[in-house]
Write a protein that binds this ligand. Sequence first.
Ligand code: HEC
Length: 268
Amino acid sequence: MPKLFCSLSAAAALAFPPGALAYPGGTPLFVTDVAPYCASCHSSLSTEQLRGAPEKRIQSELAGNKHIRKIEAAQPDGPYATLTPAERVALIRGIRAIDAASRVEIAAPAAVKAGELFEVTVTTTGGGGPVIGIALVDAAHRWQARPAASAGWQIVKQPRVLGADGADQTKFMSGRNPELPAGISYVNVYGIETNPAAGEFASARVIYQIRAPLQPGRYPLGAVFLYGTEKAAPHGAVKEVWGQRPLGGFTGSSGRVRFSEVIEIEVR
Ligand code: HEC
């Protein structure tokens, strides 16, 4: 990440009240289509999602190198130096358990008619919480995926969010200006509770109403899952008067970028 951006974010973290912060805690102000490249601080969980980039660059984005290694090394001037070696082991174990359990799946018809209105459901398990981010994209590529609409999928109305309790949740979408079209492909889901030691992970669903492109052909559609790990792992949350922040900090690498399978839907 460019240094300038890093220090700007750090300055923003100091200058704004936490409710206005757009990183850990989700992105309550970015109520619009999101492309995964925006999550520059997050770590990747596969080399596949960075295919085409130089090998060194790919390696530097992987969670093991970008995040876990920083905890293991615990540089004296870094955030993890406050933990004992045993606490660092517990933190890493918790983070790995969250990553191992976290996944995102997409369910959509294999074929639709040109211009047809149809439904797509994205289901997640895990993510550290208390917030997760879900979006529809056209490729499982961290730096080059486009929001689904760029591939021709028109999201016709506000996505329906079903939280971990199975109930409808409108918190994120209620932040969208009513003057603007409500059909966006990104949402934050709130109320995600995770207990990696007990093997307890939350599940959430987002249901989209989509109009198929008018031009017949094969069109790709997948989901991206953005989540945090540290606040839900042992010793990973730091209590502040306003709430909790990840030990690694707002500009740390404890966020994740994960993709579902990308399906090719036939438009007839
Ligand atoms: C300045 C660094 C940075 C950038 C840029 C960034 N994030 Fe994050 N994000 C983080 C960190 C650090 C966490 C992890 C919190 C944790 O580990 O508990 C996180 C976690 C999240 C979470 C889960 C929040 C939670 O409280 O559990 C969501 C959702 C998210 N990011 C979405 C986004 C989106 C969308 C973008 C782009 C618009 C983005 N992030 C860009 C640093 C960043």
